[in-house]
Design a protein around this ligand. Structure first.
Ligand code: 3PG
Length: 309
């Protein structure tokens, strides 16, 4: 089988090497398409692929229809909002993700961004400490849980909201996390909120003015999730209204230039999404993806399938 690794943002070289070993040892062929600038290159590369590993690469109807031999796409990572699941199902393609594999890298970045904001952009101006502060985790999956563990080390008081935690607050106990009943309650109780939900019909634009205004005047929001979950106009408005409010995002918003110009070091956006961009996360997610593809072809294993059949 031809297994295409299509990564506009490449994996670390050690991950590519190890992915190649898994694929070749199982008798398949690895084809590498990295840093492609033009969608045509992806359409061309996918035309004879039996399987594909991607990251945030857009796998839309055009890509899936061009991939006549494709049987499986694995998103090496957590969020699969970049894959058109409806077309994949219609075309008989199995879509998987690799849940949890890159979570630690993202959880660590939360604190990199948070320290930058809390310490006035490392400018030398007086900042504030994390110890004793109230952190709200908006969603409580793999990344939320790891973020809670690190926050405990900083001496923060941690709250979290997720539908499952609201139903069963016991889930939070091993992480020293107090579960709350609603997003509104989370923002009312917290001084800092870190976003960890996927982008879907329920969450898109859900971090809006009403919710943000429940944070204190000097509230902080950290977004290592997806840009789509934040209402960008509302974020700009609250930052304008509250001169001490701060926002860091790992995914540049549509209004990045205006935000950067207006808010200086109260605002931070990564040059390119880098939450999962560590050698360790690339090895974990990349190897999991390669192994899942090999098992799919060997045993028909669909354990991490995310689209209906
Ligand atoms: C994920 O959903 O796994 C993260 O957002 C990482 O995305 P990336 O592989 O594009 O860095």
């Amino acid at each position: 089988m031809r297994i295409l690794i299509a990564t506009e943002k490449p994996f670390a070289p050690e991950a590519v090497k190890q992915i190649g070993e898994i694929i070749e040892n199982a008798g398949h062929k690895m084809v590498l398409l990295e840093k492609y600038a033009d969608k045509k290159d992806l359409l061309n590369a996918v035309s004879d692929a039996d399987a594909m590993i991607v990251r945030s690469d857009i796998v839309d109807k055009e890509v899936l229809d061009a991939a006549k031999n494709l049987k499986i796409v694995v998103r090496a990572g957590a969020g699969y909002d970049n894959v058109d699941l409806t077309t994949a199902t219609a075309n008989g393609v199995c879509v998987m993700n690799t849940p949890g594999q890159n979570s630690n890298a993202v959880a660590e970045l939360v604190f990199g961004m948070l320290l930058y904001l809390a310490r006035a952009g490392f400018s030398g101006a007086s900042g504030s400490e994390l110890s004793g502060k109230k952190l709200g985790l908006h969603a409580f999956g793999y990344i939320g849980k790891l973020t809670a563990k690190i926050a405990n080390g900083f001496g923060m008081k941690v709250y979290a909201y997720s539908p499952s935690l609201a139903r069963n607050p016991e889930i939070g106990k091993p992480y020293n996390v107090t579960g709350v009943k609603s997003p509104e309650e989370l923002y009312e109780k917290s001084e800092i909120v870190s976003l960890h939900m996927p982008a879907n019909d329920q969450t898109r634009g859900s971090i809006n003015y009403e919710l943000l205004s429940k944070l204190p005047q000097n509230g902080i929001v950290i977004n290592t999730a997806r840009k789509e979950v934040v209402n960008e106009a509302d974020m700009l408005r609250i930052m304008e209204e509250r001169p001490k409010f701060k926002y860091a995002t790992d995914i540049k918003p549509g209004n990045h230039e205006a935000m950067a110009e207006k808010f200086g070091n109260r605002y931070l956006a990564s040059a390119k999404k880098c939450g999962a961009q560590t050698g360790e996360a690339n090895v974990n997610a990349g190897l999991a993806a390669a192994t899942q593809i090999v098992k799919f072809f060997t045993d028909g294993d669909e354990t991490f399938r995310v689209n209906p059949k």
